[in-house]
Design a protein around this ligand. Structure first.
Ligand code: SF4
Length: 196
């Protein structure tokens, strides 16, 4: 009946993660909102033990409203599957939810304005482990200026969450010889998760 439909609607709105999604989808807090096609909130399992964090949407992601769906995204999917997982089992999000024009790195004011959405996603999902993809993601999440080559390969603690910085799949597409060290990082995560 109609009362059930209304009750269902109310339930959806009262879910804090859906409320956060709705708030993000309507956000105009930083200049990136004016050039985006779609807000790319995030995708996957909101109970995930493992989260992936990238830097921001590219052209394909902006078009589809989903993170990591282009060529780099296909490589990320392969990496996730090589770990014995699937995109549905993990959660994937970015530092900025709107595409920076020409795929430039997000400016500090943009990432600082947007990152509270990511913090709230992390707070809700409570992952055990976060894999940070690339320098921009790692430096913003871990509040450091250290480059990815130095950061990768070991866990960094973030309020009790183990963060593994590794290379961004787009970087791996340009530098295939870096796939091996990246795979080593993923194996450390797999061991921690009991996947190997
Ligand atoms: Fe809002 Fe983030 Fe998009 Fe900026 S990038 S408009 S802060 S959702």
């Amino acid at each position: 009946g109609i009362s059930e439909i209304i009750a269902e609607g109310c339930e959806a709105v009262s879910d804090p993660f859906e409320a956060l999604r709705a708030e993000t989808m309507a956000c105009t807090k930083c200049p990136l909102h004016s050039t985006r096609k779609n807000v790319v909130f995030g995708v996957g399992n909101t109970q995930a033990e493992l989260m992936f964090v990238g830097e921001g949407p590219g052209a394909d992601e902006d078009e589809k409203g989903e993170p990591f769906v282009g060529r780099a995204g296909q490589l990320l999917t392969k990496m996730i599957e090589a770990m014995g997982l699937s995109r549905e089992k993990v959660y994937i999000a970015n530092i900025v939810k709107c595409r920076p024009p020409e795929n430039r790195n997000p400016f500090e004011n943009e990432s600082m304005t947007c990152i509270p959405f990511l913090y709230r996603q992390i707070e809700y999902i409570k992952p055990k482990i976060i894999i940070c993809l690339g320098s921009v993601a790692a430096q913003n999440l871990l509040r450091t200026n250290v480059g990815i080559t130095k950061l990768r390969g070991q866990f960094v603690d973030l309020n009790g969450i183990k963060v593994m910085p590794t290379y961004h799949p787009a970087y791996l597409l340009r530098n295939p010889n870096m796939k091996k060290p990246c795979w080593e990082d993923l194996q450390i995560v797999m061991k921690e998760m009991g996947l190997k």
